[in-house]
Write a protein that binds this ligand. Sequence first.
Ligand code: RM4
Ligand code: MN
Ligand code: MN
Length: 439
Amino acid sequence: MPQRPFESVIFCELIDQHIQDDNQARAASLAEDYGHLARQLTRRGVDIDDLVRRAMAFRVAVPSWGVGAGGTRFARFPLAGEPRDVFEKLEDCEVVFKLTRVTPGISLHIPWDRPSDAAALRAFAHGRGLFIDSMNSNTFQDQPGQAASYKFGSLSHTDKVVRRHAIDHNLECLDIGTRLGARSHTVWIGDGGNFPGQVHFRRSLERYLQSMREIYAALPDGWRLFIEHKFYEPAFYSTVLNDWGTSYHCATQLGPRAFSLVDLGHHAPNVNVEMIVSRLIQFGKLGGFHFNDSQYGDDDLDAGSIKPFQLFLIFNELVDAERSGVPGFDPAYMLDQSHNVTDPIESLVTSAVELVRAYVQAHLVDRDALGAYQEANDPLMALQTLKQAFTTDVAPILAMARRRAGGAIDPIAVYRSSGYRRRKTAERPSAARLGAGIV
Ligand code: RM4
Ligand code: MN
Ligand code: MN
């Protein structure tokens, strides 16, 4: 098993120390803000400690590909001190976890993260309080020397040799994931057409389903299979798995362990994503999320950075389902972002915090009042009820939850003063290009 560099052991103790020192300096102000909010919420009949407990129990998985610098179609600007392999990626994930305390799960992408020794990687993760949550296959780019090219598709390709290659790759992901202790597999394909007439819509979807049946049949015990749709890109005219309806149909065709996964950036602008979420909940097929935010398309920006109200409305649906005990409701929350202009650790930390914020705010919705306004056809008060929750500043709850869980009251301040990136820049000198590519 690869030994952890001495410097990084020291660093983790150091970051714990930084968290403690910084928390101490902020404790009095937090107590004051928390006390004020507690009194406000008591007037509304809300128990603040209950919200803190819920915030502490929230979990969202971090994508291994999110700790490296992302890129666009035009360029990728390397980041000093960025991780060079999956072990170093996990080191960075550990920092995100230590600061926020809500991100112990990690999503891996194969072949970018193919481990030479799966047992070692699993132990490496566990040693840091982390675990491998979901596997992701990659049939949207060719690997060096790959004979069966994905240029014209993968699981839905017209050529069965290419389909075979793509299926085998997914089976390999299941095998690696089993050895890593993962519990779900996410399939997103880039298959589709750039021009009208290029792809036969019905036949390509049928070929996709045929391929997926083989993958579904090989799903390890206790695993779930997630189908991720996307309306365009890299194919610009049509994609095989274009929308939630197609995804729902395929999940239903495959069987009870197949579900739809909603990536927030994979819908046309202005689409009512919260309603899609609600429909999938109602039909028992909501498997999970790739959280991010976007202005135009699959921008992969930090969660909550552009449309925080939409994020809140999505969580409003999720919390409504959670509180009313919808049978089988157990979505996997994951981030899927590409950080081009920020320090990825800072983006992942703030994104995780934004998700907990939306989750806690959604718990603040007075659901009895909302139900009554809906029954009475009072749209103004119904919206006001949602807005009251959305405009409540829950920052003291989030900070208190992090503090009680051992995280940082102000994670970005602690991270910046820790000098982590500077240290890693010295420790990781090679500018070797990460597998994560331009995503
Ligand atoms: C895709 C999709 C997938 C992700 C790749 C890197 O747009 O969101 O989930 O694995 O990007
Ligand atoms: Mn995604
Ligand atoms: Mn995407």
